[in-house]
Design a protein around this ligand. Structure first.
Ligand code: MG
Length: 327
């Protein structure tokens, strides 16, 4: 017997989570649960406000249709699905068929959200490979440059990943670079999306010697992955990309070009986040993923994230909005 269930969750966020200039009070989405005899597979469908083109209700409606097709044994037209739905359904199937390995990479790059003074302490005491991520472009470019420089100078074994979310003009980006010492720049693993266009980002990167990574660019209409000398990495957020097979082929293509691939979260719950850690260990074992986002929530869902002390809400406390079996 096959059975499919769709849960709708709503979890409160930590205060002060800002997404594309809007405060995110709750995270809202779906968990799929597929059962086939004694096997079970879950997947998360959580369109990210401001980034996903589909909204939660649209994703939910499409998920019901696809789950009904799966129950009746029809094949799934993956390319016609919203990315969040394609990812959630394909992950549930991958878990059901044991395609998704159990071991995860839970060593996230530390996301620097708090005050630089507090972080300095955490980073100084961090053991193992010290990789942290800092959002830049939210304040003055000069201030960003000074902070990045301060971290790199103070902690000699620190590697930084920066993300500017296309906030800079070429001139602003140059102001930033001017305040980062030349000898520290090689410890910036990459900066994601410094400028608004590919061309401007390349100009900045070639001029400053700071390596580049694509994130938003991967989702631009008509984009295809091309090598550039300064391009070092791509950031894959599967919820915004699509099915597992689409994610796998993008990873393969990037690796063939010698690029690093960073599997990153789109603020999934602890269920989705744990699966992303397993996906990262499977597809990109040599790279620390970008999954340090559980503390942006104030509650976990069903499956705890390692070493996280937030309370856990059970999936059985969420509404079942749809369920069917093929009996
Ligand atoms: Mg980014």
């Amino acid at each position: 017997m096959k059975q499919a269930m769709l849960y709708r969750y709503k979890l409160p966020m930590d205060s002060g989570v800002i997404l594309r200039n809007t405060r995110l009070v709750n995270r809202d989405g779906f968990i799929i649960e597929l059962r086939d005899s004694d096997k079970i597979g879950r997947g998360e469908i959580s369109p990210l406000p401001g980034c996903s083109l589909e909204v939660t209700d649209e994703a939910g409606a499409q998920a019901k249709t696809i789950l009904a097709s799966w129950l009746s044994g029809e094949s799934i037209a993956w390319s016609s699905l919203y990315p969040s739905v394609a990812f959630g359904v394909s992950m549930a199937l991958a878990e059901l068929t044991n395609e998704l390995p159990l071991t995860g990479n839970y060593l996230g790059a530390l996301l620097c959200n708090s005050h630089p003074d507090d972080l300095m302490q955490v980073l100084a005491e961090m053991s193992g490979q010290k990789v942290a991520k800092i959002k830049v472009g939210l304040h003055e470019a000069i201030r960003d440059g000074m902070i990045v420089n301060m971290f790199l100078k103070a902690i000699p074994d620190l590697t930084l990943r920066l993300d500017a979310n296309r906030q800079w003009t070429v001139a602003k980006a140059a102001q930033f670079a001017k305040h980062v010492n030349m000898e520290c720049r090689s410890r910036i693993a990459f900066i994601e999306e410094p400028c608004q266009t590919i061309r401007d980002s390349l100009v900045f990167s070639q001029g400053s010697g700071i390596a580049l990574a694509w994130d938003e660019t991967l989702r631009d209409n008509g984009f295809f992955l091309k090598p550039y000398g300064v391009l070092k990495a791509i950031i894959i957020k599967p919820t915004l990309i699509g099915s597992l097979s689409e994610v796998k082929s993008l990873v393969t293509k990037a690796h063939e070009m010698g690029l690093d691939v960073v599997i990153s979260s789109s603020l999934e719950t602890s269920i989705g986040l744990n699966q992303l850690a397993r996906l990262a260990q499977w597809l990109t074992p040599a790279t620390i993923p970008g999954l340090d986002t559980i503390n942006l929530f104030s509650t976990q869902l069903e499956i705890p994230w390692p070493n996280c002390t937030l309370p856990i809400m059970s999936l059985s406390d969420c509404n079942i909005v749809w369920q069917q079996s093929n009996l």
